[in-house]
Design a protein around this ligand. Structure first.
Ligand SMILES: [Zn+2]
Ligand SMILES: [Zn+2]
Length: 373
């Protein structure tokens, strides 16, 4: 399936405000809503696409990830798939408060909405190396299956389920006057709309049974600490519309490298002689190679050396960032009497010389001079 450009799908500019994205979505959603286009495959396709686009652009955090990482940033490389056309109305309703009848008002209502199961959250701890290479992770979540014994109605096999008399089967009670009404879940039936005479022993009347479900998530190379991936419709609960499972990524720090975007940073101690004369120092990269970092003669403390393409893979894009090596010049300590003599000798030799051996000190002294003029 070709990946959508979410901005084009909603017909908005890339810098559109959250408000205008919402407006654009609303306008399109009204046009292509399933209630209005029953059986129209093209409208169905458009509606699905818009919903997918809005589920990302309508959420500030997801939008930012989409802007930075493309599709991989928001759904782990796969396309969101809404298998049930009617579920789509629920996304719209949840955005524009359809529960209050808002959308139904537009089309004269009538569609009975199915309740959606809760989303589940799961946290995965990754080694830094796994975030670099990408990996697959298998984990278990607890889901609720419809009870086999009672087929989900919670009544002991053969016993009857009666309509709740308190709410008349609606599951909610309404109190208050015409000006302000309060809608509450019915206290007699707990919102089910029915009363059970004898509860199912197998599920204690809940209608569902908990089970452990194994899920596999493919983590793309370059994923970062704090990223979130969605496994759509995996949080099943009886016959409710399934919720999503959100996988939060926690990446352990690396002993050598610190990540900044797709670049990796490390500091490298270089003794004053190697910094002065130039040297090659070996450095292990994330790909397992050992590269020789060239320290040019005359390197000053704080100099940054760049190893192109050795950084983290760019999520949702091609290529890799860089490794940045900061030179930390180290002066020798614990000198013997003889060594102090030698350093002093070198110092006086350098001082007698006409050539400038300390580029930074000289420019610093020049600055001070101009200040005291
Ligand atoms: Zn049961
Ligand atoms: Zn009731």
């Amino acid at each position: 399936m070709a990946q959508l450009d979410y901005y084009k799908t909603l017909r908005v500019e890339r810098d559109a405000s959250a408000e205008s994205i919402k407006k654009a979505y609303r306008r399109l959603a009204i046009k292509y809503h399933p209630d209005k286009n029953q059986g129209d495959k093209e409208a169905e396709k458009k509606f699905k696409e818009m919903n997918e686009a809005f589920s990302v652009l309508g959420d500030a955090e997801k939008r930012q990830k989409y802007d930075s990482f493309g599709h991989q940033g928001v759904n782990g490389g796969g396309s969101s798939d809404y298998s049930n056309f009617n579920d789509l109305g629920d996304i719209f309703d949840s955005v524009f408060g359809g529960k209050a009848g808002n959308f139904s008002d537009v089309f004269g209502g009538g569609r009975r909405r199915q309740q959606r199961a809760n989303d589940l959250q799961y946290k995965i701890n990754l080694e830094f190396e796994d975030a670099y290479k990408g990996c697959e992770h298998t984990f278990n979540i607890q889901v609720h299956d419809t009870c086999n014994e009672c087929k989900g109605n919670g009544a002991k096999d053969g016993t009857s389920v009666k309509n709740c008399t308190r709410c008349g089967g609606k599951g909610v009670t309404i109190s208050g006057n015409g000006f302000m009404q309060l809608q509450q879940t019915c206290s007699s039936c707990g919102g089910r709309g029915s009363i059970i005479e004898e509860t199912c022993r197998s599920c204690n009347g809940g209608g569902t049974k908990m089970r452990s479900k194994s899920l596999q998530v493919k983590i793309p190379a370059g994923i970062n600490d704090g990223d979130k991936m969605a496994l759509r419709s995996e949080a099943t609960h009886g016959d409710l519309v399934p919720g999503d499972v959100y996988v939060w990524i926690n990446v352990k720090p690396h002993f050598l490298y610190e990540r900044n975007g797709s670049d990796l940073y490390c500091s490298m101690p270089v003794d004053v002689f190697d910094a002065s004369l130039g040297s090659k120092i070996e450095l292990p990269t994330m790909s397992g190679k050992r590269v020789k970092v060239n320290i040019p003669a005359g390197s000053q403390n704080g100099k940054i050396l760049r190893l192109r393409g050795e950084g983290m893979p760019r999520l949702g894009k091609s290529g890799q960032g860089d490794i940045l090596v900061e030179v930390k010049v180290e002066t020798p300590v614990n000198l013997s009497k003889k060594q102090i003599e030698l350093v002093n000798e070198l110092k006086s030799n350098l001082n007698q010389d006409k050539v400038n051996h300390s580029p930074n000190s000289q420019s610093w002294k020049d600055k001070l001079k101009s200040l005291f003029k």
